[in-house]
Design a protein around this ligand. Structure first.
Ligand code: ADP
Length: 524
């Protein structure tokens, strides 16, 4: 690798690749941490939702307690016959409330049970039998009740759920209130949790859950589960909490269609893909920069070679011209014959010089995009024939077998005759330059796929496969084999290519090392 290119590679690595690699690794490491944090945030959000469900159910029960308390305060003011219907209206207001009982103190012998007459209530006719279990409940929870009383004395009414073993599916929610006379009153509301869930919670759950979550109320011991969405079948929930008012029941929440892990993984995946894409773009950028710089450096090198090649090519004819003209000037040449020979060498070399200069001028015009073409109706055969005629004598003198094979069916086509003959001349020149012992050159014309073509064949040294594309690049010269014995500037074929491109044509090259080359110019 060239020194300059090496330096640029080092700079690219230090300035771009190293920081990029560092950043990428850092991103990957922090991605894991982010995943954990995001997981926690999601789960806190779900917790907050569960909290709000708990709060809501407690608020509902608490409002019931307040209303029942007001009712009990005022019950003595009612006419006796109105009391049953008043009680019934309380039950009607609070679905899932199955029984209200009141005790004046822990040692109260007579528990007051507010009888529900309208509902098809299984306690309605069971009043005396309920006395005992309620008493048992109170006596079992004495310390709890004392605590509630002490809360009440500091003006805080706490609701406390107690499981009612003797009555299936029931929770007694106990609370203490003060009677108008200033005594404590122990009140209990018997609530059926399933009915409560269905009638009271379900609309709220649906409202909170919307389409994003499913909120469930379940009791694993009883294998019971209520879901806010009908489509939700799975019994597992992603996160759950006990329901405050019915401690044996849980509220659970699930994201619809995916879990928190899915969500977090999705985010992580998106991030990884983004980082990957960025890295690829960066690498691509670095690679393009590297390629461009390498090309520029190579071109600079090639240009230096070009100058030395051209100088070399110019020097040979110039030194011949000056040598022979000096000899003539000094009158050292004796015979007329010799003089004639020297004059002819001088004119030949002058011709060569002007050809080289011409092609360099053409090339620079081409490079500047200033070369203009003049397309006219022409016979390709005539153009090829002209080149053939002007070279025939010269080549045969050099020992070449030079022939032309024309296809007479070629129609008139629009070409720049001068440019095309320049292209053919360049090809013939190369064929001469790169022929060894098999000195045979053929110009062929013909038709192929609606294109007219002219082809120059030689039996020379050929071009290695790997260089066949490159020979049309400016300044390129094959570096292997015996090419270096031959003078050249590396612009001949790039001029040919430019000319053919201007004609919207194509060049085909078939070549084998030591067998020869065929350059075919296809013109539409
Ligand atoms: P140059 O002035 O070096 O001849 P060209 O652009 O005409 O430049 O050709 C580019 C290179 O292609 C040459 O240096 C030579 O290596 C190779 N080349 C061109 N024509 C032939 C051919 N007929 N046979 C073998 N090699 C060829």
């Amino acid at each position: 690798m060239n020194k300059t290119v090496k330096r640029i590679v080092v700079i690219l690595i230090i300035l771009i690749l190293l920081p990029a690699a560092f950043l990428t690794i850092n991103e990957f490491v922090s991605l894991n941490q982010n995943e954990e944090v995001i997981g926690r945030i999601y789960s806190n959000q779900l917790d907050a939702i569960l909290y709000s469900v708990n709060q809501y159910s407690e608020d509902v029960v608490s409002s019931w307690a307040s209303k029942i308390d007001l009712f009990l305060d005022d019950i003595s003011k009612l006419d006796l016959e109105n009391i049953p219907s008043a009680i019934d209206s309380i039950y009607n207001q609070f679905p899932s409330l199955t029984l209200i009982f009141v005790a004046d103190s822990l040692n109260d012998n007579q528990i007051d049970i507010l009888k529900n007459n309208t509902q098809n209530n299984y306690f309605a006719n069971d009043e005396p039998n309920l006395n005992a279990p309620i008493k048992k409940l109170l006596s079992e929870n004495q310390s709890l009740i004392s605590r509630l009383i002490s809360y009440k004395s500091s003006d805080y009414r706490k609701l406390e759920p107690v499981e009612m073993d003797s009555i299936a599916d029931s929770y007694a929610i106990l609370f203490i209130e003060e009677t108008p006379l200033g005594n404590n009153r122990i009140t209990g509301m018997l609530i059926d949790p399933k009915v409560f869930t269905y009638r009271i919670l379900s609309p709220k759950l649906q409202e909170i859950a919307q389409q994003e979550f499913v909120i469930s109320v379940f009791n694993s011991e009883e294998n019971y589960q209520f879901n806010s969405s009908n489509d939700f079948e799975q019994r597992e929930v992603q996160q759950s909490k006990a329901l405050w008012i019915f401690p044996n029941y849980q509220i659970g929440i699930s994201l619809v269609g995916q879990t928190i892990e899915d969500l977090v993984q999705q985010r992580a995946l998106t991030n990884i893909i983004l980082i990957g894409l960025l890295t690829i773009v960066l690498l691509l950028g670095v690679w393009i920069v590297y390629r461009n710089i390498k090309k520029e450096v190579e071109l600079a090198q090639i240009k230096t070679d070009f100058v030395s090649n051209v100088s070399h090519e110019l020097r040979t004819p110039l030194s011949l011209i000056s040598m022979f003209s000096e000899t003539l000037e000094m009158d050292r040449v004796k015979t007329d014959e010799k003089k004639k020979e020297y004059y002819s060498i001088i004119s030949q070399e002058a011709n060569r010089l002007s050809k080289i200069v011409n092609s360099i001028l053409n090339f620079s015009k081409m490079e500047a995009g200033k070369r203009q073409y003049n397309f006219v109706d022409s016979y390709l055969n005539d153009v090829a024939e002209n080149v053939y005629r002007s070279y025939k004598f010269h080549l045969e003198q050099k020992g070449f077998t030079f022939s032309i094979v024309k296809d007479e069916s070629i129609p008139i086509i629009k070409i720049d005759e001068e440019a095309i003959s320049e292209a053919i001349v360049n090809l013939v020149d190369n064929a001469v330059k790169y022929s060894n012992t098999s000195k045979e050159i053929i110009i062929r014309t013909g038709m192929e796929n609606n294109n007219a073509y002219v082809q120059v064949e030689d039996k020379g040294i050929g071009i290695p496969e790997k260089d066949q594309k490159k020979v049309f690049e400016k300044f390129f010269r094959v570096s292997s084999g015996n090419v270096h014995n031959v003078k050249g500037s590396g612009i001949g074929l790039s001029i040919v290519k430019h000319i053919v491109d201007a004609h919207k044509g194509k060049i085909e090259l078939r070549s084998e090392v030591n067998k020869g080359s065929k350059f075919k110019l296809l013109l539409p």
